[in-house]
Design a protein around this ligand. Structure first.
Ligand SMILES: Cc1ncc(COP(=O)(O)O)c(C=O)c1O
Length: 409
């Protein structure tokens, strides 16, 4: 598993970086967990602080007009805490540039408005995150950007959906909430042959489990609210790009549009990233055990988890991911009422939106995270329950699901 992992095309940042320069020193072949702790995070040159300080400032003193000391002039344009995060993000994905945003949706909006113009067309997954669909359907369509929802696991359907004005294939893998798998390498080939670019929303996998740029994608986009932050205490987003020129265009748009994270939020995401590898290991092993356990339970009609050999995307996931992730969805036999009942009965699994934190969450996508897809081609079955499996003790998690699933027996 996990072919194509590469680190080191970016490097350490430090306070000496100007806002336009991220990578300076090569990370060489530093492995992922080491880069997660060190990339962009050299000890503070003034105080020796081992942890990147929270530069809670909006502006920076100048030594005479235009005399910027370390390249910083105003914190929408650049902030040293954010630079550390952006450098780390670029390094972990092997990208030329990383950019941090106020939320995943802010990252997506800035990205599409940088890469597309009115009259352009985007292929989107037919089971994308509800907010992504809402952005394309409810907002960007009004600004002349068309979209076509397609099953991205069907490459013939993807080719058929391409139009002369297709600028992007927008991929999510695994998808939210149905855990479908798309073949990133194949989609990159299709996109590039058509003169388009491939964006991968890598939120569910995180850069620890899947490296879209190494697989041929042009852009990786994240809700850092999820696994990168990892503690359900911050909302954020990120974009990592392979092409430095696109990186410059995005930095321009990031400053011009202004949907940036503050210093404290940048710091929280950076702190979360330090433990991403160890957390993902436990998320994956707990989720795999829960998926196995759910199989064959009388209340469960089917389990959606790419780690299960019967999952239609299992082989592709095994090729392009180093683990199958911490998200598990399942269809309940009793339909919507049974699904809602299960969601209301768990005690350790907290009934809440979002995912990717250390604590386990349960939700009903049809009524919660994906309500924006109602009556659309992306509508989620009312029988689906989604689990974000945390890193608690597996016995407690299974005991909780057991009592929730068997209460109606
Ligand atoms: C796959 C995916 N992409 C993007 C987003 C949007 O991120 P945010 O909520 O940080 O704006 C989410 C949020 O749930 C998501 O699950």
């Amino acid at each position: 598993m996990g072919a194509g992992f590469r680190l080191g095309s970016s490097g350490f940042g430090s306070l000496a970086l100007s806002t336009g320069d991220q990578p300076m020193v090569s990370l060489g072949h530093m492995k992922f967990e080491t880069a997660a702790i060190h990339a962009g995070q050299e000890p503070d040159p003034y105080t020796g602080a081992v942890v990147v300080p929270i530069h809670q400032t909006s502006t920076y003193a100048q030594d005479g007009v235009g005399g910027l000391r370390l390249g910083y002039e105003y914190s929408r344009t650049g902030n040293p805490t954010r630079t550390a995060l952006e450098t780390c993000l670029a390094t972990l994905d092997g990208g030329a540039r990383g950019l941090a945003f106020a939320s995943g949706m802010a990252a997506e909006d800035t990205l599409v408005r940088t890469m597309c113009r009115p009259g352009d067309h985007v292929v989107i997954p037919n089971d994308a995150y509800g907010g992504t669909y809402r952005l394309f359907h409810g907002v960007l369509s009004q600004w002349g950007i068309e979209h076509t929802p397609v099953d991205l696991s069907d490459l013939v359907a993807v080719r058929t959906a391409l139009q002369p004005n297709t600028k992007l294939i927008w991929c999510e893998t695994p998808t939210n909430p149905l855990l479908s798998i798309a073949d990133v390498m194949a989609l990159a080939e299709i996109a590039h042959a058509a003169g388009a670019r491939l964006v991968v929303d890598n939120t569910f996998a995180s850069p620890y489990l899947q490296q879209p740029l190494a697989l041929g994608a042009d852009v990786a986009v994240y809700s850092t609210t999820k696994y990168l932050g990892g503690h359900s205490d911050v909302v954020g987003g990120a974009v990592v790009v392979a092409d430095p020129e696109l990186g410059d265009q995005l930095a321009y748009a990031q400053n011009a549009i202004g949907a940036i994270p503050g210093a404290f939020d940048s710091w929280l995401v950076l702190r979360g990233i330090k433990t991403l590898g160890v957390r993902m290991g436990r998320h994956c092993s707990n989720a795999a055990k829960i998926a196995d356990w759910l199989e064959g339970k009388p209340a469960v009609a089917s389990v959606l988890y790419p780690g299960l050999p019967k999952h239609p995307g299992h082989e592709i996931a095994a090729r392009q991911m180093r683990g199958f992730g911490g998200m598990v969805s399942f269809l309940v036999r009793g339909g919507e009422s049974a699904a809602l009942e299960i969601c209301s009965r768990t005690r350790v699994f907290i009934l809440a939106e979002s995912l990717g934190g250390v604590e386990s969450l349960i939700e009903h996508p049809g009524r919660m995270t994906h309500v924006s897809t109602a009556d659309s081609p992306l509508q989620v079955s009312a029988s689906v329950v989604r689990l974000s499996v945390g890193i608690e003790d597996i016995d407690d998690l299974i005991a909780d699901l057991d009592q929730a699933l068997s209460a109606g027996d």
